[in-house]
Design a protein around this ligand. Structure first.
Ligand code: ADP
Ligand code: MG
Length: 278
């Protein structure tokens, strides 16, 4: 089922030939409701290629929902999201916009890696199998399917990158929470995604395990991976963010450099939030 829409309602992303598109991720006036409750009230946010956006804000402000709309886990009610110049969930045919079919959406999801609070590893697979399963079974659109041997080699490289090559044969229950989350990051990287989304990646961890996970994300940030991170770790946010985004009640209240947002917030709501969490 495709629905045609007049193109003028689309964001700059569809006019990329005109050189208007800037962001790798371009979120334009996104709205989302659950029943009568509007959870996202017109979110507009651009993340440059290689950029790191950190989203902070009180519980219930819509942070997870925003990440989930980027990854097609939730459908937006209004607005658009473009990844690398391609509208997520839509395609341009002639002069109209068509909603993509489920199959195309699933394909596009392979370009977007996501790491959740609770790791979500497959419990019956080893660390290495968790990392290699995706590229063998469902390779990213346009990429060749890897052989088992190639996937294993790549999986070991990725486990090495997160410091867990020596635990390749361990099952999730044999790993600490911090180790499980590092495997989940390696798994997200296995598809070579254009962007990685993190939803409170350290919130479920014992305090002494938080830093080993943040260090891995820091390394990704400095190596040019495009990241959108929801976190309550403000020191970390200050370190890695190009842009800090403060959300409250479904809106972006304020966004800017870490220095602007943490040292010199303009909005009362931002100041009030930081006075409670820092
Ligand atoms: P955050 O991640 O900032 O804590 P969420 O995006 O999880 O916020 O939630 C924003 C609001 O949307 C909350 O009020 C939450 O209860 C509501 N919400 C989230 N997911 C659903 C859903 N699937 N059905 C109904 N309400 C939801
Ligand atoms: Mg959340």
């Amino acid at each position: 089922s495709t629905r045609a829409t007049e193109i003028p309602t689309a964001p700059a992303a569809v006019h990329q030939d005109a050189g208007i598109t800037r962001g790798l991720v371009e979120i334009t006036k996104v709205r989302k409701s659950f029943g009568a409750t509007e959870v996202l009230k017109g979110i507009t946010l651009t993340v440059e290629p290689g950029g790191v956006a950190v989203i902070v804000g009180p519980s219930g402000s819509g942070k997870s929902t925003l990440l989930r709309t980027i990854n097609h886990l939730e459908k937006v009610d209004g607005g658009f999201i473009a990844i690398d110049g391609t509208l997520v969930g839509y395609e341009v045919r002639g002069s109209t916009l068509h909603e993509l079919r489920e199959k195309d959406v699933l394909k596009q999801r392979t370009e977007i890696g996501m790491v959740f609070q609770n790791f979500n590893l497959f419990p019956h697979l080893t660390a290495l199998e968790n990392v290699t399963e995706a590229p063998v079974v469902a390779p990213r659109s346009g990429k060749p399917r890897l052989t088992r041997a190639e996937a294993r080699e790549r999986g070991l490289e990725l486990l090495d990158r997160v410091g867990l090559k020596d635990r390749a044969g361990a099952y999730p229950r044999q790993l600490s929470g911090g180790q499980q989350q590092r495997v989940a990051i390696a798994r997200a990287l296995a598809l070579d995604p254009k962007i990685l989304l993190f939803d409170e990646p350290t919130s479920a961890l014992d305090p002494e395990l938080v830093n080993e996970v943040l260090d891995v994300i820091r390394e990704l940030a400095t190596s040019g991976t495009t990241l959108i991170i929801v976190t309550h770790e403000m020191g970390f946010a200050r370190d890695v963010a190009d842009t800090v985004v403060f959300m409250d009640e479904g809106q972006i209240v304020e966004q800017g450099s870490p220095k602007d947002i943490f040292t010199n917030p303009r909005e009362v709501r931002t100041r009030s939030f930081f006075s409670k969490v820092i």
